[in-house]
Design a binder for this molecule. Structure first.
Ligand SMILES: *Cc1c(COP(=O)(O)O)cnc(C)c1O
Length: 372
């Protein structure tokens, strides 16, 4: 460890914040808090909202509900736009709800709903808020998206964006990352919910001197710094493309093995894929068989427990690892008595990854036969 109140700490924090900015698409402030992602969501709520505030939330899974629950617990009056889990939030429905709502202090959005494997169309959703409710705060849980998929805080008009160290940043859990816009700071100045540990103004003031308000989770900061070194060297575009191709491979591999994907087509996440447990399939046995072969599947959360399983592919992930996972699932599928052709999953996964890369590198010449 180093002295987090000494001069050796300043370049570490400064480097982390400056390297995060391109991934957040912001010139504004980014605060690092020592807590997990849920602490980041709570920090956003207690800093920007006051009891009695009218809030619109658009949850479509466990994490969207959690954000809305926190706001409600601290006294906000929350209207939820209902979206079936597995579907993406519909910008047209969000517009209709915002137009029908008399007052709206803030809109809570989830970028990537990790519990269902849905990437919400965030640019469209924020555009709806900005055009119908220019005064409202846009607060985004992008915990499992930013860093792995494009995020344009300033261009989209996001006011508070939350992430966490253990997702795309490839570090251990323990740090939440919160970006705040100018409009966000103005709202924070007038919001009356009590806060101390999570007080973002204290964090901003400390950080302007290159320090954190309280003792930071220093070991986690070392890891975030190492992750950002890798990500900066690879470059954002290449990082995003790697996630797209790993996601394409995962989806194609699972589909070739006969699994139905849970998330709606066109809204499937580049960072996590959810698939339905086949009807009548013995999920605990399948999970155990995968684990014995070294693959840890994520279970369904909340009401999706036992109904879906999820494969994470964010941060430190390569196509080779995805092909390994698909090969293991083939082996498991055979053991479970599924009717599959050995090799079909891996072949489909590899072909999909190559196709995804081809699309990413296609020359953008209108009318050219190779442009896709
Ligand atoms: C992981 C995650 C969180 C919560 O993070 P914790 O660190 O587990 O508190 C919140 N939202 C989303 C979308 C997540 O993926």
């Amino acid at each position: 460890m180093i002295n987090h109140r000494g001069p050796e700490f300043v370049p570490l924090l400064t480097r982390i914040v400056s390297r995060l900015k391109p991934f957040f698409g912001t010139q504004g402030d980014i605060e690092i808090l020592s807590c997990v992602g849920t602490g980041g969501l709570e920090a956003a709520v207690v800093n920007a909202l006051s009891p009695g505030d009218t809030v619109v939330a658009a949850p479509n899974g466990v994490f969207g509900d959690r954000f809305a629950d926190i706001a409600e617990l601290f006294g906000a009056s929350v209207t939820r736009l209902p979206t079936p889990w597995g579907q993406a939030v519909d910008p047209i429905q969000l517009r209709a709800l915002l137009e029908a709502t008399a007052e709206c202090r803030a809109v809570l959005l989830t970028h990537n709903e990790t519990s269902t494997g849905v990437l919400n169309p965030l640019a469209e959703l924020t555009a709806v808020v900005r055009s119908t409710r220019p005064e409202a705060l846009v607060m985004v849980d992008t915990v499992s998206a930013v860093g792995s998929v494009p995020f344009e805080m300033d261009a989209w008009g996001v006011d508070i964006a939350i992430s966490a160290s253990q997702k795309g940043w490839m570090a251990a859990p323990g740090a939440a990352i919160i970006a705040v816009s100018e409009r966000g700071w103005n709202a924070i100045a007038s919001a009356t919910t009590p806060r101390f540990y999570f007080d973002l103004v204290r964090h901003r003031d400390a950080q302007s001197g290159g320090m954190t308000a309280w003792t930071p989770a220093l070991a986690v900061l070392f890891q975030i710094d190492a992750g950002l070194e890798l990500m900066t060297t690879e470059g954002p575009a290449a990082v995003f493309e790697r996630h797209e191709s790993c996601a394409a491979a995962t989806r194609a591999g699972l589909t070739a093995l006969g699994f139905d994907l849970f998330a709606a087509s066109g809204h499937r996440s580049p960072t996590v894929t959810a698939a339905l447990v086949a009807p009548g399939e013995d999920w605990p046995r399948m999970n155990r068989a995968a684990r014995e072969r070294g693959v840890v599947l994520a279970e369904g959360l909340g009401p999706l427990a036992g109904r879906i399983f999820r494969i994470g592919h964010l941060g430190s992930v390569t196509l080779g690892e995805i092909l390994d996972v698909v090969a293991v699932l083939e082996d498991v599928s055979v053991e479970m008595g599924r009717d599959i052709t050995p090799g079909a999953g891996v072949a489909a996964a590899l072909a999909a990854a190559m196709d995804s890369r081809r699309v990413a590198h296609a020359p953008e010449v209108a009318g050219s036969p190779s442009a896709r």
